[in-house]
Ligand binder design. Structure first.
Ligand SMILES: NC(=O)c1ccc[n+]([C@@H]2O[C@H](COP(=O)([O-])OP(=O)(O)OC[C@H]3O[C@@H](n4cnc5c(N)ncnc54)[C@H](O)[C@@H]3O)[C@@H](O)[C@H]2O)c1
Length: 330
């Protein structure tokens, strides 16, 4: 039995973190959120136990891990905008790598040996394959992807050195919102496709831009693997159980995606249909560094975690996101 244990969710006030804290609580874990609220929201912590603090504050983290008798840490806290990471890479290495080392040192000091880490499909970079599997070479194309891969390397070396057991979950395109509308995506500035389309549908932006309509894909626009954030949350619950049940220290990277790709044009059409609103769509040249297609092979997570995406058909993702945005904007 792993439920009933105490879990520290670092970055639990953010988009994916807040869905995961709900899922962990519903699974019977006792959750403490640790967040500096740089991009997270206090009302996304519900009535959970909350400690305000920074990922880099090793003494504070050590004290929290000891005081709360934490069995496992789920670590979401990071800067996440790949484009921004090209402009200000030091900030990304500082917050995503150096501050994560403070967390790992605190875990070692408090004798907490289990971790679930937020990684990303960006560790793969541009690959000429139909589906991305974990064994492909990792070749990130921006400092954000590098920062996540660096942490994965650290976790790998911590297995033998310190007896750490960890899983890095490499998410594809996180999207959707809690079906009950309790939390959803609130990034500022927003750069993710579905929220941008919904803002256009709500008249909060006067048009939407498709970057690249001449890719080698059926309709010429980029193809991505959209995974419902509640499916990601379920993946974290499964991964927490998995690391807590392991009898030997280990590190594994696992993809979380659906295995199905949707083009940008398809997503545009779905948002227009679900919202019953029309908006202007401009076709623009490709952006540098955008691969034509990114689709996950999630066989490893299915086999190791017994996890399957259950809410990630595009209509459900867009409906839940639309419902969340529209309710927030009333
Ligand atoms: N959103 C996606 O599509 C996506 C895809 C792949 C991977 N990821 C990864 O998932 C994780 C969560 O992403 P998200 O979309 O929920 O982002 P988010 O910005 O909504 O959440 C990040 C949370 O971490 C907190 N945080 C950041 N730096 C901190 C620090 N130094 N100390 C304490 N708290 C800090 C923020 O306040 C926020 O609550 C990130 O690690 C991101 O790299 C996200």
């Amino acid at each position: 039995m792993t439920t009933g244990k105490n879990i520290l969710v670092v970055g639990g006030a953010g988009f994916i973190g807040s869905h995961t804290t709900l899922a962990l609580s519903e699974a019977g874990y006792n959750v403490t959120v640790y967040d500096n609220f740089s991009t997270g929201h206090r009302d996304a912590c519900f009535d959970l136990d909350v400690v305000e603090g920074d990922l880099s504050d090793q003494p504070k983290l050590t004290a929290v891990l000891k005081d709360k008798d934490i069995a496992c840490v789920v670590h979401f806290a990071a800067l996440i905008e790949a484009g921004q990471s090209v402009i200000d890479p030091y900030a990304f290495y500082e917050n995503n790598v150096a501050a994560t080392l403070a967390l790992l040192q605190a875990m070692r000091a408090a004798d907490v040996g289990h971790l679930v880490f937020s990684s990303t499909a960006a560790v793969y970079g541009n690959q000429d394959v139909d589906m991305l599997s974990e064994d492909l070479p990792k070749q990130p194309v921006n400092p954000y992807g590098h920062s996540k891969l660096m942490v994965e390397t650290v976790l790998q070396t911590a297995v033998d050195a310190y007896g750490l057991t960890s899983v890095a979950l490499r998410y594809f395109n996180a999207s959707g919102a809690d079906a009950k509308g309790r939390t959803g995506e609130r990034h500022d500035p927003e750069t993710h496709l579905i929220p941008l389309l919904i803002q256009a549908a709500l008249g909060q932006r006067d048009h939407f831009k498709i970057f690249g309509t001449d890719y080698d894909t059926p309709d010429g626009s980029c193809i991505r693997d959209y995974i419902h954030v509640s499916d990601l949350a379920a993946g974290h619950v499964a991964a927490v159980g998995y690391v807590l049940r392991r009898t030997q220290p280990s590190f594994e990277g696992m993809n979380l995606g659906t295995g199905t790709g949707h083009s940008v044009r398809e997503v545009v059409d779905t948002v227009k249909r679900v919202s019953e609103r029309d908006f202007r769509v401009d076709e623009c040249p490709r952006r540098a560094g955008d691969p034509a297609k990114l689709v996950a092979d999630s066989t490893r997570a299915q086999q190791a975690l017994g996890w399957h995406a259950q809410h990630s058909d595009l209509d459900t993702i867009v409906r839940d996101a639309w419902h969340f945005f529209r309710t927030r904007n009333r």
